[in-house]
Design a protein around this ligand. Structure first.
Ligand code: BES
Ligand code: MN
Ligand code: ZN
Length: 474
């Protein structure tokens, strides 16, 4: 089944545009001088428009051969945040139209265009759904040449987010680990894939243990980006690629299980980011690792109480098969540390329900062993609009993962420590080695329950924007 995406093109301006959008601010004058032949000030006053970001006033106008529409859109204080809100609102209003022609706002045009494109995303299988998203976003205005670089960048970033959303929205009946490896190969960067036999030969015991219960065998997927200009700086990104998380023998209840096709959202982000680096001219070498497995209960599944051996030889007592993300990530992190010699490792994973309790659905969790890396990621998150909050690696809680028969347990046996997202991060830290390491727990932000602003219902692609910002601008 092919992935369906909206085609996004930056087109030439046409003065017969079916929908023309013009910005205005609190002074209620259009921010740009355009020949509208409309009493703009009176119209805005009539509709009691305030110029706030997200506000829209629609005016029918006579056109040769019929009626066109001018859409006046508020830009607020013209901050990137305001322009994102404006761009998303505009693109939602343009649903059903082929082309949205926009007189560009003053300010961060990339933020505006990116938000407009993200709000236009939709995922449909077959002929489902009704109103089509706008197909083309065209920018009008004299300075279009100067705007082009910003719009091109926005387009590349938005397409990467859309790819991450597509991969995560795909039903798990289609999306198994081998399918994910095929999609990774389509990004255009060199890809190496470990199948079951090769995973066995190289000792990836965590990935194998989690995948054992499934009829679709696990894979480890490695993607390699090398910049045109040689460099020593090397970053490894590790993504959780659980193509479906039933919980395994520690089975999830029905209501929680139906959302777990997006449990490879972190892996989807890694694939989408690696695919976009060349087009954005990222100056750093990046290796992506996606630890892909389907977590299913069956006669061959791992059992609670089994002891597994990870890449590099560490043993783990599996007390809960539903804490599977950390098991596949542990192998990939240990491999990155032992073999890839990176300057920094960042993993991204829909790891714990507990982080949704702590930070909710709008802010992702950042854990880091290194303050410089943490600051870089927080700064990138702020400007890229993937909001992150740094969480503590509380040392007092490390005894939670002690096991009497193995090096570690995958979950706390009792309930003395709690802090489910923190103890999961502490588990991962054991495998990351001494290198600067960061972990993004995106279980809360990886999936949206609302269709609003830049978010569309289902997978969000959270992480693509912050990682691309970090890898291209620092
Ligand atoms: N994939 C889940 C986490 C998750 C929950 C993601 C809800 C998105 C929405 C993860 O594998 C999991 O099951 N975590 C357990 C850990 C527990 C067994 C220690 C959880 O959060 O309940
Ligand atoms: Mn789980
Ligand atoms: Zn999971």
């Amino acid at each position: 089944m092919p992935i369906e995406t909206t085609a996004w093109v930056v087109a030439e301006v046409r003065d017969d545009a079916e929908l023309l959008a013009v910005p205005y601010a609190s002074d209620l004058e259009p921010a740009h001088a355009v020949e509208l032949h409309l009493p703009v000030r009176d119209l805005l006053a009539h509709y009691e428009a305030k110029g706030e970001a997200g506000e829209i006033v629609e005016v029918p106008v006579a056109r040769a051969g019929g009626v066109g529409r001018v859409v006046l859109y508020g830009v607020g204080d013209r901050s990137p945040r305001a322009l994102r809100k404006a761009g998303a609102a505009l693109s939602r209003r343009a649903k059903g139209k082929d082309t949205l022609t926009v007189v560009a706002p003053e300010g961060d045009l990339a933020a505006f265009a990116e938000a407009a494109l993200l709000a236009a995303y939709s995922f449909k299988i077959g002929n489902a759904g009704n109103k089509k998203s706008v197909r083309k976003l065209a920018f009008a205005g004299a300075a279009i040449d100067e705007l082009e670089a910003a719009v091109r960048r926005a387009e590349t970033v938005a397409q990467a987010v859309a790819l991450a959303r597509d991969l995560a929205n795909m039903p798990s009946s289609v999306k198994n680990p081998a399918w994910l490896a095929e999609r990774a190969a389509e990004t255009g960067v060199p890809v190496r894939v470990w199948d079951e036999e090769q995973l066995q030969a190289d000792g990836f015991g965590g990935i194998l243990a989690v995948g054992r219960g499934s009829a679709s065998p696990p894979r480890l997927i490695q993607l390699s980006y090398t910049p045109a200009e040689p460099t020593d700086r090397h970053v490894v990104l590790v993504g959780k690629g659980i193509t479906f998380d039933s919980g395994g023998l520690s089975l999830k209840p029905t209501d929680n299980m139906k959302f777990q096709k997006t449990d490879m959202a972190g892996g989807a982000v890694v694939i989408a980011v690696l695919g976009a680096l060349a087009r954005l001219g990222a100056p750093v070498r990046v290796t992506g690792l996606v630890a892909a497995a389907e977590n299913m209960p069956s006669g061959t599944a791992q059992r609670p109480s089994d002891v597994i051996k990870h890449y590099g030889g560490r043993t783990v007592e599996v007390l809960n098969t539903d804490a599977e993300g950390r098991l596949v990530l542990a192998d990939a992190l240990a491999y990155a540390d032992a073999v890839l010699d990176p300057d920094a490792v960042v993993d991204i994973a829909t790891l714990t329900g507990a982080i949704t309790v702590a930070l909710g659905r709008n802010v992702g969790a950042l854990y880091a062993s290194d303050d410089v890396l943490a600051k870089q990621l927080l700064d990138a998150a702020e400007s890229a609009d993937d909001r992150l909050w740094r969480m503590p690696l509380i040392e007092d809680y490390t005894p939670a993962l002690e096991s009497s028969i193995a090096d570690l347990a995958n979950v706390e046996a009792g309930s003395r420590f709690g802090a489910g997202s923190i103890t999961a991060a502490l588990f991962l830290r054991e495998f990351a080695g001494r290198r600067p390491w960061a972990h993004l727990d995106i279980a809360g932000v990886g999936r949206s329950t609302v269709d609003e602003g830049t978010l569309t219902k289902g997978a969000t692609g959270f992480g693509v924007r912050v990682l691309l910002e970090w890898l291209t601008h620092s």
